[in-house]
Write a protein that binds this ligand. Structure first.
Ligand SMILES: [Zn+2]
Length: 218
């Protein structure tokens, strides 16, 4: 079921080649421990037995959460595996109620798992990021800083407190920063999306990110 297999990885420090166990797909209802390993990133790291270097293993994996009706396909290699996604798209009629996502990096996969774990929706979340950036842009007096805000990558960090405040993290000039928004922003964005079904994605595996949203609403 989990399709555990082996891949040959090269240590980025000493060049040692090591066979490591990887998964082609995981079902986190069957193996909840693997969900934790996705969330803390440990599913993608391996330690070189020769020099001790901690390496990142970049491989494609299909993350499946049947309870959340969520599938996220991670393709670190980018374009090379587009064909496989197309084949899978042919089967997505069976998965109509599913949210089908593709991502190209591990942190995007982790972010989406965290969003759905918090009971939230990643499309609404992209809208929240967008309006939050717009507000920050309006308030920023420094022109050079203002110009960079829309291109800054925001990540959902957590939802916290009795009022379900939503925290984003982002990096500016090498510093990790955070910004909090009220849950009312999330609810407003959800209502905007409900009123504008044309913004919603086509069936199949979709890459939902800032660029996707910007293309839909501009
Ligand atoms: Zn090594």
């Amino acid at each position: 079921m989990q399709n555990e297999t082996q891949a040959l990885c090269r240590c980025t420090k000493c060049g040692n080649e090591q066979k490591i166990n990887i998964y082609q797909r995981i079902n986190v209802a069957v193996n909840p421990e693997l969900k934790e390993k996705v969330k803390n990133g440990s599913l993608f790291i391996w330690e070189c037995p020769k020099c001790g270097k901690i390496n990142l293993a970049k491989y494609s994996i299909l993350y499946h959460d049947p309870q959340e009706k969520l599938m996220i396909w991670l393709f670190p290699e980018g374009e090379a595996l587009e064909k496989q996604i197309k084949i899978a798209d042919g089967q997505t009629a069976l998965l109509e109620e599913y949210n089908l996502r593709k991502v190209n990096d591990i942190s995007s996969l982790i972010e989406k798992v965290n969003i759905y774990d918090a009971g939230l929706d990643d499309i609404v979340m992209e809208m929240c990021k967008y309006v939050t950036k717009m507000e920050m842009e309006e308030k920023e007096p420094d022109k050079s800083k203002r110009e960079k805000i829309m291109d800054t990558e925001f990540r959902f960090y957590k939802m916290n407190g009795p009022d379900n405040e939503i925290s984003f993290s982002f990096a500016t000039e090498g510093q990790l920063q955070g910004v909090n928004i009220g849950f009312n922003v999330y609810e407003d964005c959800r209502r905007i999306l409900q009123r504008n079904p044309s913004i919603m994605p086509e069936p199949g595996f979709v890459k939902i990110d800032a660029a996707w949203l910007a293309a839909r609403i501009r």
